[in-house]
Structure formats: C-alpha cells, structure tokens
Design a protein around this ligand. Structure first.
Ligand SMILES: C[S@@+](CC[C@H](N)C(=O)[O-])C[C@H]1O[C@@H](n2cnc3c(N)ncnc32)[C@H](O)[C@@H]1O
Length: 373
C-alpha cells in the first residue's frame, strides 16, 4: 500500500486556501481541488508525511476514504460499511468518530457518530471474526463532514492540530494562531534575506513564523503526528522526510527579525518561544512603546495590534492604529502588513491599503491591510 495514491485533504482557515494550494503543489500534491476552507489532493504516504511536516497553513492532514450521498441513516451506514477499514484499523485499535453537518438532512451529530461507529464495527467484526473491540491500541480518529447531503469520511493523520508547532507552550492574552501567522508571513512576501519587525509582538508568533518561512524551516519538524504509529506510514518514510526537511533549511540566509512590546512579560515570552522554535539567533526583542518605533531601512513590518473587544477598549485600539500610522509611513522600501477586525482601520491609520485580504482570526472576521508602496 505504501506506494499507492491516497486522496488527502487539508482544512485551513478561511482566506488561506490559495496559499495552502501553492504549498501543496510545492510538496508534490497532485489533482488539487480547492474549496472553502479545504484543499484536497492526491499523494502517496511520503506526501502524507511531508504534508504534516512541511505545510505551514494547513490545520490537519486527512485521508479522504470515501464520499457519497447520504440523505438517510441507512445510506450513511452502507457508505461507511463499504470502506475497507481492515486495511487501516487493527484488531485492538481505537477508532472514535467526530464531525459536523451543514445544510444536510442528517443534522444530529451524535446520531451520525453512532451510525458511523456501528458501520465500522460491523465491517471489522465481519473481517476479524470477533464480537468485542477492546480499543486499547493505536488511535485512528475518524472524521466525517456532511455538506448538502454529501458525506465525506476521513481518517485524521495529524492528531494534535498542525498549528501546535511545539514552540508555544505559553502565550500572552491574545496570541494569533500559528497557521494564520504563517499565512500573513506569506502575504507579506517574506524572503530569505528579509528584515522583519513586529512592534507589538506579544508571544512572537509572527516573527517566528516569518523566520520559518524565510529559512525554509518545516513548521512540524519538532513534533509528532498520529500517523507515526500507523503501519500504513513506515518509520523509514518519516525519517526520510524529516531528513529531507532538515536538508532544505536555509542556514545561510541573512533573515533577521526585531520584535518589541510594551509588556515586559511579552518580551520574555517571545525570547522563550523563539528559543524553543530554534530561531532565537535570528530574533532580537526589547521592551518599547509603539509610539517610539521607527522601522529600520528596508524592513517589512508585520503587526497584529490589540483588538478593541479582546484587550483594550475600542477607543484605545483606535489610538494605537493612529500611532502606528504616524510611526510606520509605509513605502516600497518599508512595506507593512497589519491585521485588524476594525472596519475603519484605514481611517485611523491614515492611509488606504494598497491591497486588502479577508482573513479569520478564529471566529473574528478581519482584514489584512497591506501597504507595499
Ligand atoms: C494582539 S497582541 C499581539 C499578539 C501576537 N501577535 C502573538 O501572536 O502573541 C497585541 C500586543 O500589543 C501589545 N501592546 C499594546 N499596546 C502597546 C503599545 N502601546 N506599544 C507596544 N506594544 C503594545 C500588547 O502588550 C500585546 O502583546
């Protein structure tokens, strides 16, 4: 089975699909299809391992096992029963079910979960000739998605979400998700020789993800994945892919990053997280008010200022946007990219963005305001 093609699917944050599409092409994904919040593609188990290790904007890597129309529980049962589960799940393995339903007749999640579980159990009973599953072994998380009555059934190869890179065990009050920060670093056009500044760096996520992008560091290189304990993906595949990812690190890039924050705790946190991420030598951090910040020549400024509803009152946030505008003066030599949910950000910042992109920070609808001129 190791050489055969699998259908893989990666969910992502809304707004990052085109970046993920590009990343998937780069790691060798084929027959790519992009839908809202998801990119699907073909690949063998090497591509599966590479996807987990290298994709910066994917939330997870699923194997898509089947898709079919399911307007009744009977159809759902039969569609799931038809999957050759015995090729994946062993006699003692654990196989919980979770998922969601949108605009579909089968809308009860618990009912769908128990039908799917029953279908897998019946299939495995018929293959293994047993009646009781102890479920003490390796985890195979089954995931379903019902959308407009089409059921898609997946196995989650990732385990803990891919945004958990392993460097951010602690964070400040309002950290940005690592996968979103990676998408922003991409949209800010970070290159191996970039100089990046974040004058409100919090726990340092934007700086660390920029360093990963600039130095071609695979974001998952320091962590484990669920499929590492699956016979489907042999140990040597993981070793090969890890070694390849390590060989691709741009050790001689001139990338540097400068972070600052008013909060001394955030300065400590950024230093700590950068060290855990293995990029401390690239990033320097100090305590400073954004009101005193001037970007060095040819620096790209990336920034996630506080949101009125989460950290400061809206009025204070607006004051900060004004301050940012006064300090940054974006130009071709000093581009800047700022994420904010404030509809009138540009008014306070004092300039219309050259480009905008709608992005979601969790459930909060934001805009990325990009100034390249
Ligand atoms: C939304 S958080 C940034 C989160 C960061 N992107 C991360 O991933 O952790 C905003 C940060 O702005 C900082 N901040 C607020 N007012 C500031 C000011 N006047 N000057 C500098 N930093 C400030 C806060 O301390 C906080 O760390």
């Amino acid at each position: 089975m190791a050489g055969s093609k699998l259908r893989l699917a990666c969910p992502c944050l809304f707004g990052l699909e085109s970046i993920l599409n590009y990343e998937i092409k780069h790691i060798g994904g084929e027959n790519i299809t992009v839908t809202d919040g998801k990119v699907s593609f073909d690949g063998n188990v090497s591509v599966l391992a590479r996807a987990n290790l290298c994709l910066a904007t994917a939330e997870r890597v699923f194997i898509e096992l089947t898709s079919f129309r399911a307007e009744s529980f009977e159809a759902l049962f039969q569609g799931v029963f038809a999957v050759p589960w015995e090729n994946y799940i062993g006699i003692t393995d654990v196989f919980p079910v979770k998922g969601h339903s949108l605009k579909s007749k089968l809308e009860s999640i618990p009912a769908c979960q128990s039908i799917i579980k029953k279908a897998v159990v019946e299939r495995l009973k018929s293959k293994y000739n047993i009646t009781y599953f102890e479920e003490t072994g390796t985890l195979y998380q089954i995931q379903f998605a019902l959308h407009r009555n089409i059921a898609r059934i997946y196995l989650d190869t990732t385990g803990v979400g891919l945004h958990k890179r392993g460097y951010r065990r602690k964070s400040n009050a309002a950290p940005i998700k690592e996968t979103l920060a990676a998408g922003i670093a991409d949209l800010a056009r970070i290159k191996p020789d970039s100089l990046v500044c974040d004058p409100m760096c919090g726990s340092g996520t934007l700086l660390i993800e920029s360093a990963f992008k600039a130095c071609h560091i695979a974001p998952g290189i320091r962590r484990k994945f669920a499929a590492q304990s699956w016979p489907l993906v042999p140990e040597e595949i993981w070793t090969e892919e890890r070694n390849q990812a390590l060989a691709e690190i741009e050790k001689h890039s001139s990338f540097r990053a400068i972070g600052s924050d008013l909060d001394p705790e955030s300065v400590l946190l950024t230093n700590e997280n950068a060290a855990k991420a293995g990029v401390a030598s690239r990033i320097s951090v100090s305590r400073s008010d954004v009101a005193k910040f001037t970007p060095p020549e040819n620096a790209v400024t990336i920034c996630n200022p506080p949101y009125g509803e989460r950290m400061l009152e809206t009025k204070q946030a607006e004051e900060l946007y004004k301050k940012l505008g006064e300090q940054l003066h974006p130009s071709a030599a000093n581009p800047c990219v700022i994420i904010s949910p404030h509809e009138e950000f540009e008014k306070f910042f004092g300039r219309k963005a050259d480009k905008r992109r709608k992005l979601y920070n969790g459930m909060i609808k934001c805009q990325l305001y990009m100034y390249f001129k």
